[in-house]
Ligand binder design. Structure first.
Ligand code: DGL
Length: 282
């Protein structure tokens, strides 16, 4: 006779919910799926309302609550906010609304990665306008290292360039140079040794940013650090899928599924076909 599955065991079999304003969070999914191959992921891209990065905190919080509610209604064991903008402004509202569901955001993970990487404590953060305006990275970095010097730069155009697949070449370099110019001046560069890609779209532009920023600066993003934090939490709460399983991924988008599949494949680093994507209204 099969033993009756315990509630914890049943919960362990649920997918991990993950959302972003669009396809950027697929760079986080990529890191999570590499680290946690047995887990299933339910990914929602709120493509109809992208970008979040230029919207007010009130709008971003409302969108984040709606996207999360959709994932929670389908049944998830953990929620990953794979959007820096939503993590920067909506974490308290999400944690309160969906407690006791564990909610993990990318800003804390990115700050942790920066503090682990930087020797001098002089750290630059590239992010969207809303993320920079709210100051969440500065707070999260200083909470870990009080003497840190944090320089933040909004790079909203990077989102559109990544979406277009324009990640290399003279035009992208010119945009990167313009954005990075303030932190490349002698005064700002003094001791700067770490640059945080504080938006889930930016890892696609990593090579160009690296080229413009120079070799003294190490680039970090939150993907790997958030994967470590989730692996730890799943083990601690006995929520991990049994090893040896092969997790399936399900994709939801609030706008055209064909575009999500085409652009998303670049971000995930693996083919997504339109028939893999379900169109949903929030
Ligand atoms: N993926 C979002 C983030 O990490 C940026 C894209 C947007 O502006 O919606 O902030």
């Amino acid at each position: 006779m099969n033993p009756t599955p315990s509630p914890a065991r049943e919960r362990a079999q649920l997918p991990i919910g993950i959302f972003d304003s669009g396809v950027g969070g697929l760079t986080v999914l990529r890191a999570l799926a590499t680290r946690l191959p047995a887990e299933q992921f339910l990914y929602l891209g709120d493509t109809a309302r992208l970008p979040y990065g230029t919207k007010s905190p009130e709008s971003v919080t409302r969108y984040a609550l709606q996207a999360s509610a959709h994932l929670v209604a389908r049944g998830i064991k953990l929620l990953v906010v794979a959007c820096n903008t939503a993590s920067a402004v909506a974490m308290p509202a999400l944690a309160a609304e969906f407690a006791p569901l564990p909610v993990i955001g990318v800003v804390e993970a990115g700050a942790e990665a920066a503090v682990q990487t930087s020797r001098t404590g002089h750290i630059a953060v590239l992010a969207t306008e809303s993320t920079v305006r709210g100051g969440a990275y500065e707070r999260a970095i200083r909470a870990r290292r009080a003497d840190a010097r944090v320089f933040s730069q909004a790079c909203s155009l990077f989102v559109a360039l990544a979406e277009e697949g324009w990640t290399r070449g003279p035009l992208v370099e010119a945009v990167a140079r313009e954005y990075l110019q303030p932190l490349l001046t002698e005064k700002e560069q003094d001791g700067l040794d770490c640059l945080v890609l504080g938006c889930t779209h930016f890892p696609l532009l990593r090579e160009t940013i690296r080229q413009v920023a120079g070799t003294k600066v190490t680039l970090v993003d939150s993907g790997e650090t958030v994967a470590q934090a989730i692996a730890h939490l799943l083990a601690q709460r006995h929520l991990a899928q049994a090893a040896g399983e092969r997790g399936q991924h399900q994709f939801l988008a609030t706008d055209d599924v064909e575009r999500f599949a085409r652009v998303g494949s670049r971000f995930l680093g693996a083919a997504i076909t339109a028939s893999d994507v379900e169109r949903v209204d929030l």
